[in-house]
Design a binder for this molecule. Structure first.
Ligand code: ASP
Length: 358
């Protein structure tokens, strides 16, 4: 009798285990798997490497490959941070550092030259959760200005620091300091000489010639930026730039002006811009997109289109933005021929693009 009970007990346990296995197998059907995936927290990242007259006919295959590869490397690095549970601030810092260190972009190494043949860098960051922000302008020795902007946000009671003072703070914070020569690149130097040469041939030597030069107007801006949504639902945006070729007299562009080239708010979106900075400042571009979402209930895409395709154009400016909203929707809007850009969502779907294809 005992033997019979034992046999039943063994069979019973096996049967139960089998039923459990069965339910595990059932949970792994495609529908259940996709439901499981959908319930995971959303996250994503979008980056840009500048907008402007970027045309396929002016680009060699090998240069295009270099841009695509660097954009992919940067967006993947930011995505990896988000995937392992890092914050949106950490993700944008990673992505921007990679572009700052590349001479392909007008930020960090590869920054454009001022009229005085120096490189003066601007950067900003904004945290959408706290609405805290940090910005630096006119720095000449800080290797990664976005890191300094983050330090201003997190480790000082200020929002914006400029020039020598910002550099003193950078040293105190143990940031990597480089000789200004580090930012020299032959390409950018030649770009400045071209503008200066064409200026000499123009009669009108007022300040506007600095930017109205056809080379500048028709060239690419090359600023870099990133916007991200992390697993905790927090948005952040950051932007870093050398500004505009031939800029004068301590000119500061839109990038470090919070609300112009950089803005983030968990209620709406995180936005980073690139383009003719004076017009981005006057149009308060990034904040305008957020305000249209907040006060007029426009979607991110509608708001971005309104500001970039209508308001910025009507004012006489040009450029573009990348942005991500609190639901992970992404906008990459520009009114120029092209914009270096890339995005990656929580499923790892990657898109890298340069020209006007949408
Ligand atoms: N917006 C930048 C500035 O005006 C230029 C750029 O986007 O490359 O400083």
């Amino acid at each position: 009798m005992k033997k019979i009970l034992l046999v039943f007990a063994i069979f019973g346990t096996l049967a139960c285990n089998h039923a459990e296995e069965q339910s595990k197998v059932e949970a792994a059907t495609p529908e259940a798997a996709s439901e499981e995936k959908d319930s995971l927290p959303n996250f994503g990242i979008v980056i840009h490497g500048g907008a402007g007259t970027i045309l396929k006919e002016n680009m060699s295959d090998s240069l295009e490959q270099q841009y695509r590869a660097k954009l992919e490397e940067a967006v993947r690095a930011g995505h990896a941070v988000l995937k392992r549970g890092g914050t949106s601030i950490e993700a944008i810092e990673q992505a921007i550092n990679i572009m700052e260190d590349s001479p392909l972009f007008n930020a960090g190494k590869g920054a454009v030259f001022t009229n005085a043949e120096t490189n003066e860098l601007d950067a900003a960051v904004m945290d959408g959760k706290t609405l805290n922000a940090g910005a630096v302008a006119g720095v000449t020795t800080v290797k990664n200005p976005i890191d300094l902007a983050i330090a201003v946000m997190n480790r000082s009671e200020h929002v914006m620091m400029i020039g020598k003072g910002a550099e003193t703070f950078a040293k105190e914070q143990g940031m990597e300091i480089v000789d200004p020569e580090y930012f020299y690149t032959e390409n950018r130097y030649r770009g400045l000489q071209r503008v200066k040469d064409s200026e000499k041939t123009q009669l009108d030597h007022d300040q506007k010639t600095a930017f109205l030069d056809p080379f500048i107007k028709d060239s690419k801006y090359g600023t870099v930026g990133a916007a991200a949504l992390d697993k905790y639902g927090n948005l952040a945006a950051g932007t870093s730039t050398g500004g505009m070729t031939n800029k004068r007299w301590g000119r500061v562009g839109d990038v470090p002006v919070i609300g112009a080239g950089t803005y983030a708010n968990n209620k709406t979106a995180a936005i980073s811009g690139t383009g003719w900075g004076e017009f981005f400042i006057r149009g308060v571009v990034a904040y305008d997109i957020s305000a249209l979402m907040e006060y007029k209930n426009l979607s991110l895409q509608e708001a971005a289109r309104e500001v970039i395709q209508k308001k910025n154009v009507d004012l006489g400016g040009n450029g573009g933005i990348i942005a991500i909203d609190h639901e992970g929707n992404v906008a990459m809007e520009f009114n120029t021929a092209g914009m270096y850009r890339a995005k990656m969502n929580k499923d790892g779907a990657l898109e890298v693009a340069i020209y006007g294809e949408k």
